[in-house]
Write a protein of this length. Structure first.
Length: 248
């Protein structure tokens, strides 16, 4: 894996205790970054922080709650002074069922975490990144946000919203050295599979021309470049990680 220079940089990674978030945290930490792991699972985040070493911090946060995000950002700045990178990886899939049968409460919850949570995290850092004239924000969307998966309307629409939000904020901050991009992964084998039916998992695999699921290190490699200073021109972009499923 290529190594990027993150010395002197501070990164917030939501959902950083496990899955794609943890894989990204490992790459950024190896590059010299200080890493704040924002997660709802404090014990798991503490364990991941111990693995990463003394330049990491575990912060319990619910990104669907603005006050929780605001407090987590203040705690992170108190510990590290400033924030240069955000990888917004926290998200939930929800259950699989037709719209006519879908729980209203669950639909709202998925949108609250995946879309409103993205807004909260990006809002928290945007002004400071503009003021310091440096920042890299990477939001984790999904190929489902491009194509729409059947029996997953809540997840699909929330991730489509993340794509649109990223394009909008990227244009807002394009006049300074702040890049805002998103990636659209196909499914990777993480604990998010626990929320899905086997039928839906099989459907997702059948749609990937590569014939396999995304590996965590593959996602981390692309995200690390987007988080680096080398990504100095691209903003408001959507980067494919779908194994050939959706390439537009």
């Amino acid at each position: 894996m290529n190594k990027f220079d993150f010395e002197g940089r501070t990164a917030i990674i939501t959902g950083g205790a496990q899955g794609i978030g943890k894989a990204v945290a490992e790459v950024l930490a190896k590059g010299g970054a200080r890493v704040a792991l924002w997660d709802t699972d404090q014990p798991l985040a503490d364990d991941t922080a111990r693995q990463l070493g003394n330049r990491s911090l575990a912060v319990e946060v619910d990104i669907a709650d603005w006050d929780s995000v605001d407090a987590a950002y203040a705690k992170t700045k108190d510990a590290f002074g400033h924030v240069d990178i955000v990888v917004n990886s926290a998200g939930i899939a929800g259950s699989n069922s037709p719209v006519s049968d879908y729980s209203v409460e669950e639909f709202h919850q998925i949108v609250a975490v995946n879309l409103l949570g993205t807004f909260h995290v990006n809002k928290a850092v945007a002004a400071d990144m503009r003021a310091q004239n440096y920042g890299r924000i990477i939001n984790i969307a999904s190929v489902a946000g491009k194509e729409g998966n059947p029996n997953a309307a809540a997840y699909s629409s929330s991730k489509a919203g993340v794509i649109g939000f990223t394009k909008s904020l990227g244009k807002e901050l394009a006049d300074c050295n702040v890049a805002v991009n998103c990636v659209t992964p196909a499914a990777a084998r993480t604990r998010i599979f626990d929320q899905m039916s086997q039928e839906h998992i099989d459907y997702m695999l059948s749609k990937i021309p590569r014939g396999r699921f995304l590996e965590l290190n593959e996602a981390a490699s692309m995200i690390a470049w987007l988080a680096s200073a080398e990504n100095s021109f691209t903003t408001g972009g959507v980067f494919d990680l779908s194994g050939g499923r959706a390439t537009y």
